[in-house]
Design a protein. Structure first.
Length: 235
């Protein structure tokens, strides 16, 4: 399955009364919103509010059980299991934990991810230094994960998510393991990527960071949207 560049005027992501139920638990309950190409959107709320589930529906880690969820016009529920790995290669995914390979150096972590999707040795040699410089971690290319600060580890995780130059970046609590100073650094890095054209969706409970970034915010409680700020600074 190929994911073409978003068509002009068509939302990149559409949720139309989306529901996600696990047995007796309702994770999302009639959630509706749209995200245009090039937006930066925060999904905020307490643990269990549903913010991470939204990102997992988009990446097809979780399949919605009701409503419609579309990525560039395609219903995600129609994506066949064998197509899911290819779908995920069209986006960058930054998990809650850094998930770095402890026995591999910084450049090797990124190179390993590139080789896993079929990149040639020549592509790896050319592109890895470019990606590391893009997230300002090139000077630590030969370091092992345990030698890095939390902020540096997160930069490597973001670098790994950029190997396909994705149009869409999903970040699930990217500052959850960081102190306030490094949290701001990482969010500013995501904002820079957004300025370059990447659509960025972030699940976060760190309201101090969210408010400082002054981006669009969608607030959730118990699987429902309770407030959506369509423009930065507007309630």
């Amino acid at each position: 399955m190929d994911l073409p560049p978003p068509s002009s005027g068509r939302p990149l992501v559409v949720f139309d009364r989306v529901e996600v139920k696990y047995s007796e638990t309702v994770a999302l309950d009639g959630v509706s919103f749209e995200v245009q190409k090039g937006e930066f959107v925060f999904f905020v709320g307490r643990t269990g509010a549903g913010k991470s589930t939204i990102l997992k529906v988009i990446s097809r880690e979780v399949q919605h059980t009701g409503g419609r969820a579309l990525l560039d016009g395609r219903e995600l529920g129609e994506v066949r299991p064998r197509e899911v790995p290819h779908l995920r290669r069209q986006m960058g995914i930054v998990p809650q934990d850094f998930a770095l390979l402890p026995s591999k150096r910084v450049w090797e972590n990124v190179a390993y991810a590139m080789r896993a999707i079929g990149a040639s040795s020549r592509e790896v040699r050319r592109k890895v230094p470019e990606i590391l410089e893009r997230v300002s971690i090139g000077h630590r290319a030969d370091a092992f994960p345990h030698q890095l600060s939390g902020g540096e580890q997160q930069r490597v995780a973001i670098a790994r998510a950029l190997i396909n130059n994705p149009l869409l970046l999903l970040a699930d609590e990217p500052t959850g393991n960081l102190d306030p100073e490094h949290s701001i650094e990482i969010m500013e890095l995501l904002a820079q990527l957004n300025v370059r054209g990447t659509t960025v969706l972030v699940a976060s409970h760190d309201m101090l960071v969210v408010e400082r970034m002054d981006k669009r915010v969608i607030r959730l409680e118990s699987g429902r949207i309770v407030e959506a700020e369509e423009e930065a600074g507007l309630a």
